[in-house]
Design a protein around this ligand. Structure first.
Ligand SMILES: [Zn+2]
Length: 263
């Protein structure tokens, strides 16, 4: 089992986010914005940060303004990405400030002060950090990305691009869909097996196979040589008051923001 972490809520104005208290995360600026404190109407209520889900663009712009104010960052200091459930990981630096990278589900930087932001609703937010270098990364990991090898791609980018071995990395998993709520078909299991092997954390609930995606991501990171993996242990589908869930809200919902900044 991946160790559950200590995390705490922070309220800044109307916005509430969570961050990990466990070392080394207490020294690395990061957080998981809840859906509270925004202006979007249902089904996107309230702090939806995505322009691509059908929400009112003016509401999303106001939500982004509130989110950036709460986390103390400007849009020009942040690099973000257009997520596609793939395995492309980009090493970014100061030249990418304010940019949205297309077709990218992983961002890594060793640039001091640069922030990385992604948007989530069930897929697992994975934060990575080498506090000594320092360098940080953020990954958007659903079952497709996991099967496509996004974790391997991220670790290779850290190693080849920055000389950072997996053993120096710490990983932290944010809120995502849990085994309690994630019924999957056989095609998901058969697509993941070649990558993950027999260790796939599955259980049978009411006659359906359920995948524990955070556990699968955490165990695979350990298998790939990352010794320190913690998890929020929070299921998005079970806690719709705080998080968006693509599965529980039948595809009509918003996206919450997760960010990390290289100290
Ligand atoms: Zn659940």
């Amino acid at each position: 089992m991946i160790a559950p972490a200590h995390w705490e809520a922070v309220q800044k104005g109307p916005v509430i986010f969570y961050h990990f208290q466990d070392p080394p995360w207490s020294d690395i600026p990061h957080g998981f914005l809840t859906r509270k404190g925004g202006v979007s109407a249902p089904p996107f209520a309230a702090l939806n940060l995505s322009h691509s889900v059908g929400d009112d663009p003016a509401a999303v712009a106001e939500n982004l303004r509130r989110a950036f104010t709460a986390i103390g960052l400007g849009a020009e200091e942040i690099v973000t990405a257009w997520l596609i459930h793939g395995n492309r990981v980009a090493l970014v630096d100061t030249h990418h400030r304010g940019q949205i990278l297309e077709g990218t589900d992983g961002l890594i930087t060793a640039e001091r002060g640069l922030a990385l932001l992604m948007r989530f609703a069930d897929c697992i937010p994975v934060l990575l950090a080498d506090p000594a270098l320092p360098a940080v990364g953020i990954l958007h990991v659903g079952w497709r990305g996991l099967a496509a090898g996004i974790l391997e791609a991220a670790l290779e980018t850290f190693e080849r691009g920055l000389g950072c071995r997996p053993s120096a990395l710490h990983a932290a998993l944010g809120p995502g869909i849990g085994g309690c709520c994630y019924a999957v078909g056989l095609e998901v299991i058969e697509t993941l097996r070649p990558r993950i092997g027999k260790a796939l954390p599955l259980r049978r609930i009411n006659g359906a196979w359920h995948l524990d995606l955070p556990e699968a991501v955490g165990l695979h990171l350990r298998h790939l040589g990352v010794p320190s993996v913690i998890t929020a242990g929070v299921c998005t589908a079970c806690h719709l008051e705080d998080w968006y869930s693509h599965r529980a809200e039948h595809g009509r919902t918003g996206r919450f923001g997760t960010w990390i900044r290289n100290p």
